[in-house]
Write a protein that binds this ligand. Structure first.
Ligand SMILES: [Zn+2]
Length: 140
């Protein structure tokens, strides 16, 4: 036993390791001591409450990439220029589609003339007129 281990051992008088039993690794975040990717993820993430619109985004036939983008957009976490401007005040916030208005989630998806033209054509193809939905109404 090294001098360092002896010092540690002297501070733990109630610790009596059994030399007849092999040491084993134990994963503390899991209840059974076994490592799993889900238990590692659960130990790292902060739990959030379920939202009522969860199944509108995540369903069995979803396209994961599209669902992820929708999820992030609803959370207001897309890297639109108004969000980037919060940590980069020098960033140009003008919408890259129309070059006339500041880019935000609301503008990018519904208020931009370019987006509005796409929605109008898409809804015409579907046989339903575009009613000019705004971002907050869409989210609601
Ligand atoms: Zn625009």
């Amino acid at each position: 036993m090294s001098i360092d281990l002896f010092k540690i051992r002297s501070r733990m008088p109630s610790y009596n390791p059994n030399s007849n039993v092999n040491d084993r690794a134990r994963w503390l975040p899991s209840s059974n001591g076994t490592y799993s990717a889900s238990s590692a993820l659960a130990s790292l993430r902060t739990p959030h409450p379920f939202v009522p619109w969860f199944k509108l985004v995540w369903f069995s036939q979803n396209i994961p990439r599209m669902s992820f983008i929708l999820w992030v957009a609803i959370r207001g976490r897309l890297s639109t220029w108004d969000c980037i401007h919060k940590y980069d005040p020098m960033a140009v916030t003008t919408c890259v589609l129309c070059n006339t208005h500041p880019e935000s989630h609301a503008h990018l998806f519904f208020e931009c003339l370019f987006s509005r033209a796409i929605w109008t054509q898409l809804m015409n193809i579907c046989g339903s007129p575009w009613n000019g939905l705004c971002w907050n109404a869409f989210i609601d």
